[in-house]
Design a protein around this ligand. Sequence first.
Ligand code: SF4
Length: 293
Amino acid sequence: MKESCLKQTNQKAIDIANRAIDDVKTGIKKKLNAIWLETSGCFGEVISLLDSEEPDVIYMLKRFVNMQFFGSIMADEGEIAYERLLELLNDEFVFIICGAVPTKDNGLYTTIATYKGKKVTTMEVIKNLAAKAKYIVTIGTCASFGGPTAAKPNESEAFSISKFLNREDVINIPGCPANPVWVMGILGYLTSIGIPKLDNEGRPIDYYGETIHDRCPRRRFFDAGIFAEKFGEEECMFMIGCKGPVTYAYCPVSRWNGTENWPIGDNTTCIGCASPNFPDSMEPFVKYGGENV
Ligand code: SF4
């Protein structure tokens, strides 16, 4: 795959982020107020975002986003943090959520604060904030589609954000984790232009318009019918369980760590982590020597 092709999706995201920075600088647009809420998940989205170096997402975001509430990195905690959250509801804001929403026992399995002696569930907070938000953006497969948090047997009765809210206008950025470049691109787009073109799963076409298989560097082996039999071989991994043909995401183009790494590049199969039915319908992740692992 040519270098220009490898970089094009990232460049699109960087370009729109730079446009957002310019629009804010020149006063054409206002900085986007943002509230980032974490509910039930692994926090991989936050780690992915904070680890990004090229571009430095935090630097870029600060230039066009007012991140006003972000549980993992803010200094406030407990009642003070919750009060701060309540104060923010009067302004226009984009509501960013990672994690799914556990609903069993009235959501008691995921709380964000104890306020005036009462446990505050993310179920309650998400309902309140979503009703006031200008845009709702989900980051990661748990928030977008339920993901591992809502996988069978789903003991906490967790749902994706759109299912929980019963809304179709949620912008979904799935992935386990979602690529931080895509997150930055969407926030830049919302700042400068508005809602990007989405597919019927609420995913921006710019980052989820094709399958992994469409852009995979091993595709020539697939087309020639040459398949790896075990990990570490350079051929197409379809016969050992790769889910690239049914997974929509620009991972082969965006990659991670400054476009260096991604699963297939590191000799592991795509496990379909950005798909609506991940993980239940993507298992087994590996078929090894004819056996399901
Ligand atoms: S490794 Fe996976 S994504 Fe790549 S060509 Fe083979 S089946 Fe398709």
